[in-house]
Structures are given as C-alpha cells and as structure tokens.
Design a protein. Structure first.
Length: 1091
C-alpha cells in the first residue's frame, strides 16, 4: 500500500533547486503501487521470544524500493488487535526516526515474548527499537506505518503501508496466514505492492535485514545474493502443483532464476515461479539459483517428492460426517465428485460449492440425514476453472475454516459424464432452527421456505449483507419483550437464535475501505432502500453456509448490482411519508436529532476552541466529526464536519419534523450552544428558523431555556441537551421552563447524562387551569465506561438479562425524574404529566419499571405495540418513550412510532455522503435523518369554559357565572350592580384545584361534609359556613390529615369519637370519648396511648 512519489519528488526537486544540496524524501500516504515506488513493510515476524522461536524479538523490516532516501521523521509505527475497531493509542503507537536509504532496508526491533526456555537468537543490530511498545499478537492483527504523530485507524488516509494477518479485521484486501515460530511474513524482494496482503506476502524463514546489510552497494543491495529455501515440496503425479514462488534478498534486484533437478513436467520462470504438472513419481534434489543485475548469484537446495495418485472417490456426506460440525477427514487428502452449485471467482471467497449429484429436495428426500451433501472448495485458480452446473472431480486437503468444512487447493477435473442435477432443498425453517439442523445442510443449495423479514441492514454499507429473521417480524430485544431474566425475555432470546440468518452478497469485500469505496454497493440503490421490516422474496436458490461465525444465505455468485435477480425487498418507504393518524386536537412527539450541531468541526477549530479529527468520504473530503477536544480538555461538537454537511444533515431533520404533524416536539441530542461561548438557545433558534423557512411561515417557536442561575453549573452540562419546540397556533407556554438541578455533581446520577427539562403547555385559548406538564429526557447511554454505581457493569451472561452498561445509574435517574416531575407539576397546579424522550432503556428494563411503579403508562408500547424506535445488532426495541400520568393518559387518543430512521441503512444518512460510488443521499426526504425513530401521541385537551365578564348593569339570576379579576364567580340570588368580592354579598368565588377539590374562598358557601383545600391542607365542613376561615380549632372546619398507613393525624380542629385512633408526635393514641382540641398525652385526658 505504498504511495506514489509525485508529492515527495516535487518537494525534493524544490529543495534541490533552492539549496543545491541533496535531500531525504518523506514518507507519504498510501495507494496501490505494483511498481514498487514507495516505502513498504517488507517483513514482519510476530513470534519472537516464544519457546522454539527463531529470534528473541519480534521485528518489522521496512524497504525503500526507490533510489532516493526516505525520512521517517513525523511517522509512527502502530498496531491494532485483530478485532479492535478503535484508534490505536498508548504503547501501540511508536514515533519513528531515522532514514531509509534508497534500495535499502530498515530493521525495527519489537518486544519479546520472553520465554524461559529456547526463546530464539538475538536479532542483527536494529536500526530502531520500540522498547516495550508495539507488541503484535501471533494470531492476527494489523501493523502499519502512518504519516501521523498520533494514533489513526488502519483505513486512514495517512497510512503509508500496512500488513494485516491471520484474523485481522483490516488487512489490505485479504490477510495472509501461515506464520509460525520459524516463519515470518515476507514481501517480494522488489517491494511490489498490489494492495492485497495475501498476494504480496508469503511465509518463509525469518530474514531480518538492517541498514548495515545494504552498505557497500551503490544500488542498495548487499553484494551477496541470499536465496530463501521454500522447504521440502511434495506433489502428486498427474496433478498440477500449487505454484511455488521463490524469494531472494541482497545483491541488486531484479533477479533472474534458473533451476536444476526439477521433476519432469515442472518448469521455473525467469522471475522465480515453479509450476506445472509432475508426470513421474520419485524424489528429486532441486537447486534454484538467483542472479542479480550485477551478476552476483545465490542458491538454495531442497527436496521435491512426487507420489503416484491413488484415486478413491469419497462421498461428500462422508467427508462432512454425520451429526458433527467438524470433518472426520480433517487434514487428509480426499477425492470426491459433485455438481458445482455456486462459483465465487471474484469477491474474495476464492472457491466454489460442490454438491452430490441428485441430492436435495424435501426433508423426506434426504438420503444422508445428519450429514451435508455439499462442501466448499477453496482455491482462487480452481474457481476460475468451473461454472455453475459443471460435474467435476476434486482432489484436495480437507480443512475447517471459521467453522466451515472446505477442500483446499484442489485439483479439479471435469467429468466426461454429467452427474444428476442438484435439486434445491425445500425444507421449512422450523426444521433448520438449531445449529445441528443447519450443519446437516451446510453448503447445500436451498430455496428458502416461508416468510423472511429484514432485521438489520447496518452491514449492508460495509459488507453487503443483511440480518434476516425467519417469519413476518424482525428480531426483538429480549428486555423489550419482558423484564430482565423473565420467561418472556428468555423466550425472545431463544426465538432470536432460532430465526436469525444472514443474506450476504457472495463476497468478503469491505466497501468502507479506501480500496473498495469506488466499487458500487450491492443491493442498495437511491430508489430501492432495504429497510428493517422489509419482506424478502427470493427469486433464485441460495447456499446455506457458515462463515464469519454466522449462518448465511449466499447467492450463487457475487452480487454486483441491486441483486434483484437473487432477491427483492418490499418497499416500506412509499406508504410511510408521514406518521399514521393519532387523532386528538393536538399532538405531542419526541425526536432525537442525533448530534445536531450548527457548530461544525471546522468552525470549532477556526474559533480556536480546540482540535478535531474527521470521517472522510472516498475522495478524502471531511464529512463528519470523529472526535473534537477543547483546549480545556472538554468535549467539542459531535456533528457535521463543515457547513455543507451540516446543511445536508439539517435538511433531513427539518423535513422529518415538518412532516411529523406535531404541535409540541421534545428534542434530544441538540447542541448546547452555551458550551461554545454562545447563548444556550442559539442552535435551537437556528433549527426553528430552518423549520419556519421550509414551512413558508412562522409555524414554530421554541421554549426558552431557564436563566443561568436556574441551571446546573456550566461544567456540569453536556455539549448536547434536550429542548422543546411548539406551534403557537396549537398550544401556548404556561410558565417558564425548568431544569433539574442539584443532581449533576460528582458521583450524582445526572453527572453523566442530560438533565430533564420541564415545560408547561396549554391549548391555545385555554386557561392556565387546563395546563399540562411535559418533561424532556435523555438518560445515560448503554455504552461502556467507568461505573458510577454498583450494577453499572453490563451483564453479558445471557441476552435475556443484558440491560447494557449503566443500568443502575439510569434507575437512579428515573427516580430523580419522578420527583422532579411531581415538583414541577405541583408548581403548575396540574396532575397531567408527560415524560418523553430518549430513556436509553428498553420497554421492560429496570429504569422503566421505576416509572411504571410511579404510576406512568408508556403510550407507545400501549397504543402502538407492533413498532419500535431503535434497532441494534439486528434486534428491535424502544428506547424512546412517551409516558403519561393517569390524568394525562385519559387525554391520549392514539400513538405512532414513525419508523423513518432506525430501520434505515446508515448508507442513506448525511454522514455517509459520497462514501461509495453509488450515491444514495437524498436531502428532500426524511429517511435516515437520525438513528432513533420519533414517537407521536394524539391528545384531546380539556378546556374549561370561560364565563363572560361581569357587567355592572346586567341582571344576574341564581346560578349565573361570570369572570371578574381573573376568577370565576357564581350568583347566589338575583343581583344587579353588586360587584363580586364582598364575602357576604351576592357572589361566590368558585376556585378549584387540579384534582377537582374546591379551594376555600371567603365568599363561597360550604355545607356539612364539603371538602376544601386551604394553605396546602385538606379541610372538611362540620356545618354550614361562609366567610369563616379554616384554622379556628373550635370553628366549622376540621383539618383532615392522614398518615401513609391511613391512620388519622391529630389536628386541633378535628373531631374524634370514642375508639378513633390517631398519630401524634410519632405515637398512636385511642380516643376514650368524643373530643376536639384536646392534645393527646394529657393526664386524665380523652386519649389513651397505645404505642
């Protein structure tokens, strides 16, 4: 993966022209370079220091195939573990120094495994040692040089060259294998780089070369040519050998090769490849000689044994074995026959599937129960020799690769007589639900039976694959179906395991790598989106196979278009242009706008606030922020990289919100602008402006933030926040917004989450009595991190109990939320409360149980139980909720999860703009605007009729009502020109609390038994009364207070009869006779202590 030299040569030429002296060239970012004109990793030995190793230390050898020296200053050597997806850091990043001479080597010594016995010989003197840093594992990983002083991803544009081996998840194209204690990965001597690690590297005895090995040779060679022996070779008479590529070092490349003693039928090419078909059995001593461009030579001798072919045809079912997932023939050479059912000459699978002629059909037709009749034949050359439908004989070694039985590096012979055609399996998925049942049909051609539904499409953007669920519904998050560990959750987990299968594209291509971004994605097009929930219709049989630790449906050849010849998917977009009707006279919704930051990464850097790294498109243009860090070490923006990408992001969000049809929307993950030195509502106001511009009028407004003194300290606020926008034509704000404070300090629940935001609303034109409270939320995410409380570590012991990380923190946040909401509602004088937003908790998880116990109902799961707001790892569940108190629940008329985001492939979002040659982004639709789906609820709001204003000259009769000075009054008798307000006059002031209880007013008449509220307490009339204020212990009002267990609390004004039990100063007393205003505890008084 070495780089073109045009940039470096231009710099060198400029330096020479201005200084008149020679200069070193600097390493530059990489691209394919088969000519060998850029710095490359020429050898990697990753077993150093193990018992039996060739050398004491691991090492990386660099080679400069150019005539000019290349400086390593500013470069780093980095290592990433095979399955890691993060940027290397710490000891896995090492700063390089020094210069690699033209046509020269550079030896970097890595750490040792330090075995106690036989750890290997010391290396030649290294040009550079990493000490304890950059310690690769033998089983797999990625080593790379980057033109960066800090850690980067192996796919970053600054990477100069890399090698990914074994189980690496980020090699160049394909990873080589075969290293051992005595074998290293070595590149060809000419430094050629085709951007395919498997093609560019071979394994051979380690041959570390330092800069000193190149000294004394003007061309950069050693003057001595060393040939690496390929080791003893074996072959079968009449069978073409796998070509043997020979390798030399030293001297001055290129080399010319000759050989003596080759078995009959084999030849050697001038560039050092032994190939052909041996014709005679026997043992030969072969000497190969490499001659460099100066005439220097080097030789190596090895044995070559050719044996007679013994052709015994072994049935494929025998090779597979019965009721086993590994072949009883593993490691042995076999010959078998069958019909080619699928061919993968391109895409990286490098092989074909072979199935016994005449096999297949229904379950009853299976002649080899428990054993598969198909096998994968691995070998890139063999894949190019066959076509689907050929009848062939195959001879090769049986291996197990990633759980799939294979015959590798075969000899393939087409049969003169065709075998019976294979009949695709027609077996119900219920008969394939277990791994053992699928293993019995591994590799077989199958026509999928019954319904299949897309359950995940995330990998469509990377590997061209989808997770499917057998049946008409996608897979479900277990804790969305039932509480953790419940029978419902366990049943969901078992159902997921039984129904899951992947539909792949017949290739191992990673379309997100720089080498593959110009290859159009399979399946997806701008007009044919494949969404979670889409029904799959198969038009061709597929292969049932096990690869990448998953059971897969593989097309019979690589899919390079929309795949419609193989399968098509139902269109879920056309009928989903707006939410379903939820009725009601207003609509309340929640919408996570996924890192909506008008402060782009480039703006942030330009303002001197910090530094950022970015995700880039296939042309290197910045698209979205990867990380931003402030000059104070704090977090920066998380959204678009620049204004153009922010415009794309905003376009989809604006379309989504405007089509939502909501009157009020709670927003999550919107920029908290105060963190960047701007007014807190700057981003919010900008979004409202964009919404109104798109709507064509001032449809939207926003609820202003509280003043700074009513917010948590700035250091305790996140860079994202919650907010409310609303339509003034539909609703009006009631009171200011409030934010939960006092719970965000160190160690407190909201120190790692966004604080709840409460706002009162009422229907436009209604009175404040009709207000309800909405509380926007965004609780702590499920991602791993330092626990805040016991119970915050993720329990991964079973999918049925896994509630993600920070579950205990979210439980405490839910507890604080209920208290905050109750307090805010009390201040508003209402019991109608809605809690809405992103709770980061699935429907039945512990934080939600806290809210249910507090009396709240989840309207989404209650009124729209078949749709979910989030999709993760192929499982569906709701993290976003609208919950209602009992009084609020009575107002709800319907709910809809508008599935426009979570079900979409990330390929359609702004953050993947121009990532692939296939252009998928459409800024005019709402799809893939975010990663969460909005939820909308319809409400019928109560509206208290407003009485007419009092008019002095008007005649009023008994029962007539008027409004006067903001209160409602009722006439007690005929009246004219008598102003309301006289406590003994013609008008009663009729005030009522949110729960319907009368509020005591002086002018109102109350009868025996009437209940009122006064100064926060409840009072009951003992007789007819008017204008007698509650509180007189001998007056008409009894103060009715009750303990939580239902026992009366003694108050002076309350009348008690013999036998009544009260609590007074934490003690209980029983009345001996009727009493009022006599304090319990008096000697000889009416109260007898009982506890």
């Amino acid at each position: 993966m070495s780089a073109p030299l045009f940039r470096r040569l231009a710099i060198a030429a400029l330096t020479l022209s201005t200084t008149g002296v020679a200069c070193s060239l600097f390493a530059a970012p990489a691209s394919a370079n088969s000519a060998g004109t850029g710095l490359v990793i020429s050898e990697a030995y990753v077993n150093g220091g193990s018992s039996g190793a060739s050398y004491l230390n691991k090492f990386v050898e660099l080679y400069n195939p150019t005539p000019n020296a290349i400086s390593l200053t500013g470069d780093t050597l980095q290592y990433r573990a095979p399955t890691s997806t993060v940027v290397p850091s710490g000891s896995q990043v090492f700063a390089l120094s020094g210069t690699v001479a033209g046509h020269g080597h550079f030896l970097i010594q890595l750490p040792s495994n330090n075995a106690s016995t036989n750890p290997g010989s010391p290396l030649p003197t290294a040009d550079l040692s990493t000490g304890g840093s950059v310690n690769p594992g033998a089983g797999g990983g990625t080593l790379f040089i980057a033109a960066s002083t800090s850690g980067v991803l192996p796919t970053d544009s600054t990477v100069i060259d890399k090698i990914g081996w074994g189980t690496s998840n980020s090699p160049e194209a394909n990873a080589p294998t075969g290293n051992s204690l005595t074998l290293s990965y070595q590149r060809g001597a000419d430094g050629a780089d085709t951007d395919d690690n498997a093609a560019d590297f071979h394994v051979a005895a380690p041959n570390p070369q330092n800069a000193a090995a190149d000294s004394g040779n003007p061309g950069g060679g050693t003057g001595t040519v060393t040939v690496t022996s390929p080791g003893a070779q074996s072959a079968t008479s009449g069978t073409a050998i796998t070509p043997v590529d020979l390798h030399a070092s030293g001297g001055t490349a290129p080399y010319t090769w000759t050989a003596t003693g080759l078995p009959a039928g084999l030849t050697i090419s001038s560039d050092g490849t032994v190939s052909g078909t041996p014709t005679t059995a026997g043992t030969s001593s072969v000497t190969v000689t490499a001659t460099d461009s100066t005439g220097a030579t080097g030789s190596a001798t090895f044995g070559f044994q050719v044996t007679e072919v013994v052709s015994t045809v072994t049935p494929i079912a025998s090779i597979q074995g019965t009721d086993t997932d590994t072949s009883p023939y593993q490691g042995r050479t076999v010959t078998t026959e069958g019909v080619v059912t699928a061919v993968y000459a391109t895409g990286g699978f490098n092989g074909f599937f072979l199935e016994t002629g005449g096999a297949g059909g229904t379950k009853a037709d299976d002649k080899t129960p428990g054993a598969s009749d198909a096998v994968f034949v691995y070998g890139s050359q063999s894949a190019g020799q066959v076509t689907i439908g050929d009848s062939v004989q195959v001879t090769g070694e049986v291996t197990e690769f990633q759980g799939e039985t294979e015959i590798q590096f075969p000899t393939v012979t087409k049969l003169a007589t065709a075998l019976p055609a294979v009949v695709p399996d027609q077996i119900a998925w219920s008969d394939l639900a277990t791994d053992a049942a699928k293993e019995a049909h591994e590799g077989e051609l199958i026509t999928p039976q019954g319904d299949f539904t897309v359950s995940d499409n995330y990998d469509a953007n990377f590997y061209g694959s989808f997770t499917l669920a057998a049946g008409d519904k996608p897979l479900r998050q277990p804790t969305d179906a039932g509480t953790a560990g419940s029978a419902e959750a366990k049943a969901a987990a078992a159902d997921n395991a039984a129904r899951m299968v992947t539909l792949d594209d017949g290739a191992s291509t990673n379309y997100s790598t720089s080498s593959s971004r110009n290859v159009p994605l399979p399946w997806l097009t701008a007009t044919k989106a494949v969404t979670v929930g889409s029904k799959v219709t198969f038009h061709q049989p597929v292969i049932l196979e096990y690869r990448f630790s998953l059971w897969n449906f593989q097309p019979r050849q690589q899919v390079t278009d929309d795949g419609s010849a193989v399968a098509t998917f139902s269109d879920l977009r056309t009928g989903n242009q707006k939410p379903a009707s939820v009725a009601g006279d207003i609509r309340l919704a929640t919408f996570n706008v996924e890192n909506y930051f008008p402060m782009t990464g480039e703006d942030y850097v330009a303002k001197g606030l910090g530094t950022c790294t970015y995700y880039t498109d296939r042309q290197g243009n910045r698209i979205a922020v990867n990380t931003c860090t402030g000059t104070d070490g704090g977090s920066g923006p998380r959204g678009a990289a620049d204004d153009a990408n922010f415009a794309r992001q905003q376009a989809k969000i604006v379309t989504g919100i405007n089509r939502l049809g909501a009157s009020i929307v709670s927003l999550e993950e919107i920029e908290n602008s105060v963190k960047f030195g701007e007014p807190r509502d700057t981003a919010l106001a900008g979004l409202v402006d964009a919404l109104n511009a798109a709507a064509g009028s001032n449809v939207w407004a926003y609820a202003p933030s509280p003043s700074a003194d009513k917010l948590p300290p700035l250091s305790q606020q996140d860079v994202i926040r919650t907010a409310f926008i609303y339509k003034p034509a539909d609703v009006t704000l009631v009171g200011p917004s409030t934010v939960l404070t006092g719970a965000s300090g160190p160690g407190q629940p909201f120190s790692i989450a966004r604080q709840p935001l409460a706002q009162g609303f009422k229907k436009a034109g209604a009175t404040d009595k009709d207000a309800f409270l909405a509380v926007a939320n965004h609780l702590k995410s499920k991602g791993a991190g330092t626990p805040l409380y016991d119970g915050d570590l993720e329990d991964t012991s079973s999918p049925a109990v896994d509630q993600g990380a920070f579950n205990a923190t979210r439980v405490r946040q839910a507890q604080d939320l209920t208290a905050f909401a109750s307090q805010a509602a009390s201040g508003l004088g209402t019991d109608r409360i809605f809690l809405l937003g992103d709770f980061n908790a699935y429907t039945h998880e512990d934080p939600m149980q806290v809210l249910y116990t507090a009396g709240y109902t989840d309207l989404g799961s209650t009124l729209d139980s078949s749709e979910w707001t989030y999709s993760f790892n192929g499982l569906q569940g709701s993290l976003d909720h609208v919950l209602a108190s009992p009084a609020a629940r009575a107002m709800a008329t319907g709910a809809d999860v508008w599935q426009i985001n979570a079900q979409e492939s990330v390929a359609y979002g702004y953050s993947r703009y121009n990532y692939n040659a296939t252009q998928l982004f459409n800024g005019t639709d709402p799809f893939a605007a975010s990663d969460h789906d909005p939820v909308i609820v319809g409400l019928n709001l109560p509206v208290t009729p407003v009485a007419p204003a009092w008019v002095a000259s008007k005649v009023y009769n008994t029962g007539d009502t008027v409004t006067y000075q903001g209160s409602t009054w009722q006439a007690m008798w005929w009246t004219q020109n008598q102003k309301p307000g006289d406590p003994n006059g013609a008008w009663e002031q009729m005030e009522t609390a949110a729960d319907g209880t009368a509020i005591w007013t002086p002018s109102r008449v109350f009868n025996t038994g009437d209940t009122v509220t006064y100064q926060g307490s409840t009072w009951q009339a003992m007789w007819w009364t008017r204008n007698q204020k509650p509180g007189d212990p001998n007056g008409p009002w009894e103060q009715m207070e009750t303990a939580p267990d239902g026992t009366a609390i003694w108050t002076p004004s309350r009348s008690f009869n013999a036998g009544d039990v009260v609590i007074y100063k934490d003690k209980k007393y029983k009345a001996k006779w009727t009493t009022r205003n006599q304090v319990p505890g008096q000697q000889n008084g009416p109260w007898q202590p009982i506890s």
